[in-house]
Design a binder for this molecule. Sequence first.
Ligand SMILES: [Zn+2]
Ligand SMILES: [Zn+2]
Length: 51
Amino acid sequence: MARCVDCLGPDATIHCPSCLGDQAWCGPCAVKVHSRLPFHQLQWWNGLFMR
Ligand SMILES: [Zn+2]
Ligand SMILES: [Zn+2]
């Protein structure tokens, strides 16, 4: 699994195609980071989005 780019936790399951790069966050960090970016569309990683 990816690491959260904010807290470096091992459970980064949320991806944002509107942010640059292949960043991923855990749930709380994704909400925190995107509280100021309401136009971004977060994607919860599941089978469909896994590469
Ligand atoms: Zn985190
Ligand atoms: Zn974003």
